[in-house]
Ligand binder design. Sequence first.
Ligand code: GLC
Length: 736
Amino acid sequence: MKTSPKSPLTISILIICIYFSQLQFLAQNTEQSSSTIAIKIENTLKKLTLKEKVALCHAQSKFSTKGVERLGIPEIWMADGPHGVRAEISWDDWSYAGWTNDSITAFPALTCLAATFNPKLSSQFGFSLGEEARYRKKDVLLGPGVNIYRTPLNGRNFEYMGEDPFLASTMVVPYIKGVQKNGVAACVKHYALNNQELWRDKVNVEVSDRALHEIYLPAFKAAVTKANVWALMGAYNKFRGQYATHHELLTKKILKEDWKYDGVVISDWSSAHSTIASAMFGLDIEMGTGTDGLGTSTSNHYDHYYLATSFLKKLKSGEIPLAILDDKVRRILRLRFRTNMSNNRPLGRANNKEHHDVARKVAAEGIVLLKNENNFFPIKDDKNLIIAVIGENATRSMTAGGGSSELKPQFEISPLQGIRARYKNATIIHSMGFASGPSVYDKVIPSKLNADSLRVAAIQTAKKADIVLFVGGLSKSHLQDCEGDDRKQFGLPFGQETLINDIVAVNQNVGFVLVTGNAVAMPWLKKVKGVIQTWYLGSMAGHAIADVISGAVNPSGKLPFTFPIKLEDNAAHSFGEISYPGIDMTQQYKEDILVGYRWHDTKEIKPLYAFGYGLSYTSFKVSNIEIDKKTYTKEASINVSCTVKNIGNIDGAEVIQIYIGKSKSKVKRALKELKGFQKVKLKSGEKSNINIEIPVNSLAFYDETISDWNLEKGDYIIYVGNAANNIFKKKTFSVK
Ligand code: GLC
């Protein structure tokens, strides 16, 4: 039958109808899945005995909780960590189980992911990591960590997403959605105020409501309200005298009542301390009681957990209402129907090329070029060139150690291996230079190697080279970038500061490859020609570092936290011991909302390197910076537009950052706060117009007088730049 050619209008109407009917089907499906899940939960709840319900609320082993065998309800299996699936741990102690099928892809640590300022990459990162967790048959992945970078000494900063709540909130959402697309629960941690490792399980944090809501909670709130995270881990520390893991304000009111969180609260390992508080203040699954979360553990008789026998007794006596138990069980069953009882759960994958590519891409895009005098980097491969690679971090595994986030990767390309693989013509020579102890959790075992002979050998090696790449920094051993304790010094350890001076004395062409998850002092900075901050990059570390050093990748990373010149310039270290590390186990966050660049801006303390800073091998020109109105209503969004042009001869990427401040205000304010950013990739000579939308209501401050957010009317200042201390233009606008 000859049909008349459809008019374009008819075709477009047809397409729209098909599109909306598909949307509707999808929405119904999603709705069905949550309402179907609700029905399944109620049907299952009815079948469970009291004892079976209580057993669901606590561990049966180090990393699993009981199922209900007679009903076919599976156990829940958990595994660390935020940047890779940890090797199998023994049933009831912290030793590794010695499996030979549990090696995985080690992805970069989350400071590197944050440094990419690229939410799309975060989604790929989360999805790939979730696939590996799924393949390892894990139902809960114990990550991401989003505790705010308050002090450069915190042993676990490397696992988190920096000092700014907006950056952490923006980057954590796609990561969680990516993980959970695999039918694996992400578990955002550690809720909340676990901002140091020293005395983490004892210290009582005191901080204002305003700083709590404006700085320390936003990333958790985004995880819950924007990413619909299915699990959350309570922190070890106390807050205003109560343990954070079962806390009347944090877990009961803010998380479950105000944010309407429908997932499970899992304790950190041994962070539960009371049956009543666990029951009444929102803890759902108790893990690790009787262990210290990493090293020591008593052989656990799981029935002495707080949510075990004593919980059962108090339920039977009526001291704790059964409804309290049923709320926990509903959440725990919901976790199961979202994961190991879901009927359309995808398969997982591990150690595949796509994951290696994602790991390499995040690594290369997160590396930050800090200094590049006379275009020291990139270093071209040349048969007449001799490059000396010096420093223990050029060969030392950085996936081993660090605490619970340590990994057993199928492979880990070291910086030296990566450089050797990349430079086929140049001559690469190597010397260890310095040596730290092995990666152990709670003690420092000095290296057996003689420091002086290492130093002398390194100087000899440096003499023979045209260029020296000094690969140093910190390590994942105790008192370094490691869980369980904090660093005791801000400068580089293991004699590196002396060594770098000795090397520069014999060779002027030195580039420093910093392998750390934290800021460090750089008294040697003027003596070196280039510095790149390379984080902990996982399996593909060496290739990613070689990508940037050789120019195969043009660095575009930006610092997710400030590098102060000296420790005393940091906010947390400006108020004496009560502020850090605390006195008699009480700690006061006296800097309040002025964390990181907020402190440096407002107190006018020049940083060594600023939040949001990072160089490129090319240059960009930003012009036509405009905002769409002069006055905005509260419901409006501010549209910031500008033109970015790559005026250099190498393709690259820039991150346009939007900060907003209010000079006249009824409350104390930081000079400016990050409220938007966008990464723009441009070929050489290419330009692009970008638009960044900023909801006006995101400018509200947390008003302690009304215990709620309050959007002040009046004039605001918008700062457009590419670093907290590099603003191209300021504009004013008002909110009426
Ligand atoms: C550790 C850590 C936590 C980890 C858990 C299990 O103490 O604080 O991040 O997921 O115990 O290893």
